[in-house]
Design a protein around this ligand. Structure first.
Ligand SMILES: Nc1ncnc2c1ncn2[C@@H]1O[C@H](COP(=O)(O)OP(=O)(O)OP(=O)(O)O)[C@@H](O)[C@H]1O
Ligand SMILES: [Mg+2]
Length: 404
């Protein structure tokens, strides 16, 4: 797919932006705090309807505009997909209330070709892959960040995934409330059966999609990563479900982390049944703690390079190479699923890479359909690459095309 036009209103420091966009590589050049990351994030918003870098979408609304009683941030994109032109619009509407305007409520609206849809129904219409330097946290940070990454990525290609996530979250909240109530007074424990059924139904969809996605991404990432590390390292992605959906007989012993475990053959029914059994086995423990201790909300994903746990022992360059390889693998993965090339958004991608890793990455980018990359310093890029790119200078939320 190709993005052909973008306009932003009150999105971070872009009060007003309106620009045509060409296929191929667009290089955004600018000093610190001029809006490079914000622009990539705005494009990514069309794919995920949330900003990766913040848990609170109100932060993307321009500060000054946000002071008003009613403020709207807007992203409008025209893009080509499957031989058709589409127009997508996202509005973030903030209303202030209370005597000092201290209560702020944010509403999201999404329109495709002029028709309003639920946000969950819009996922998958526009595909993008984003690399931000602080996404190294996906490898180095808490498991929660890895789950958020998986959810945002899978939601873009697996149609039923966002709905399963939302059913799961609701069931989990209800089940936890019931567990707390059961811990505080003696009530009928069999009430949990209903929530266990809800939780395992939605949970099995999530687990199955994660098994499949991680499996497919791993197959793709190995090749990309070997290319970027010149064959020196083998990257593995290891899914660590909080309970193992493999039946006991196949998985009797605790396995070392780097043992490949095949779970892709498991049916939805098997996954759900194993989840239900495990929930039952943990029931007393869950009641005592007042929370559900197993399930996809406790899953994890490990990154191993030559068997080494990158989150614990990886060098900066190694972690960065693994993350970039994962992002490039995501591009291929989305293409396999949707038949369209997603838009690739790379923020400060060359920092911390040695010259050979840089060259390999840039060569790959030249083969991409549409890429946006940012830099504070154009001299990091070889002339041959710059000549094939379109350059935009970005200054305080304003764009200007230029030639070096
Ligand atoms: N909601 C907002 N409203 C207005 N300005 C904002 C908002 N959020 C962030 N900014 C500002 O927008 C500017 C651009 O931020 P951005 O992160 O896009 O810069 P950048 O060009 O990527 O810089 P760097 O090179 O340091 O990464 C910053 O000054 C930031 O403080
Ligand atoms: Mg930045």
């Amino acid at each position: 797919m190709l993005l052909s036009h973008l306009s932003l209103t009150n999105y971070r420091n872009f009060v007003r932006l309106d620009t045509d966009i060409a296929p191929g590589i667009t290089l955004l050049v600018g000093g610190n705090a001029q809006g490079k990351t914000s622009l990539l994030e705005a494009i990514y918003f069309l794919a995920t309807f949330t900003a990766f870098s913040t848990g609170d979408d109100r932060q993307v609304l321009n500060f000054t505009a946000g002071q008003e009683d009613l403020a709207v941030a807007r992203i409008v994109a025209e893009y080509q997909r499957g031989g058709r032109i589409h127009r997508m619009e996202v509005r973030l509407i903030q209303e202030r209330s209370g005597p000092l305007g201290e209560r702020r409520r944010l509403r999201k609206e999404a329109l495709l070709d002029g028709v309003k849809h639920k946000v969950s129904a819009m996922l998958g219409r526009f595909n993008a892959v984003l690399f931000l330097p602080h996404m190294l946290q996906i490898i180095e940070g808490a498991p929660e960040i890895r789950r958020r990454y998986l959810d945002m990525t899978i939601s873009q290609v697996v149609p039923r995934y966002p709905q399963a996530l939302s059913r799961y979250r609701k069931a989990l909240t209800q089940r936890n409330a019931l567990l707390k109530a059961l811990g505080e007074r003696s009530a009928d424990v069999s009430q949990l059966d209903y929530w266990d059924a809800q939780l395992t139904e939605a949970g099995a969809h999530i687990i199955q999609a994660r098994i499949q996605a991680i499996d497919e991404l791993e197959k793709l990432v190995v090749g990309v990563h070997q290319e970027l590390s010149r064959g020196a390292e083998v990257l593995r992605l290891v899914y660590r479900p909080s309970y193992d959906p493999l039946p006991k007989a196949e998985n009797q012993y605790a396995l070392p982390v780097d043992t490949a475990v095949k779970r892709s053959h498991l049916s939805l029914d098997t996954i759900q049944e194993r989840f239900r059994e495990q929930l039952l086995a943990e029931r007393r423990n869950d009641i005592a703690r007042g929370v559900t201790t197993i399930g996809p909300h406790r899953d994890d994903l490990l990154f191993l390079s030559n068997g080494i746990h990158l989150g614990h022992y990886g060098s900066r360059g190694q972690v960065r190479t693994a993350m970039l390889a994962l992002k490039l693998a995501e591009v291929d993965w989305m293409h396999q699923h949707t038949g369209e090339w997603p838009i690739l958004l790379l923020d400060e991608m060359l920092a911390e890479l040695d010259p050979s890793r840089r060259d390999d990455l840039l060569t790959r980018l030249l083969r991409s359909e549409q890429v946006f990359a940012t830099t504070t310093d154009l001299t990091h890029f070889p002339n041959a690459f710059i000549q094939q790119a379109r350059l935009w200078r970005i200054t305080a939320g304003q764009l200007e095309a230029y030639t070096p």
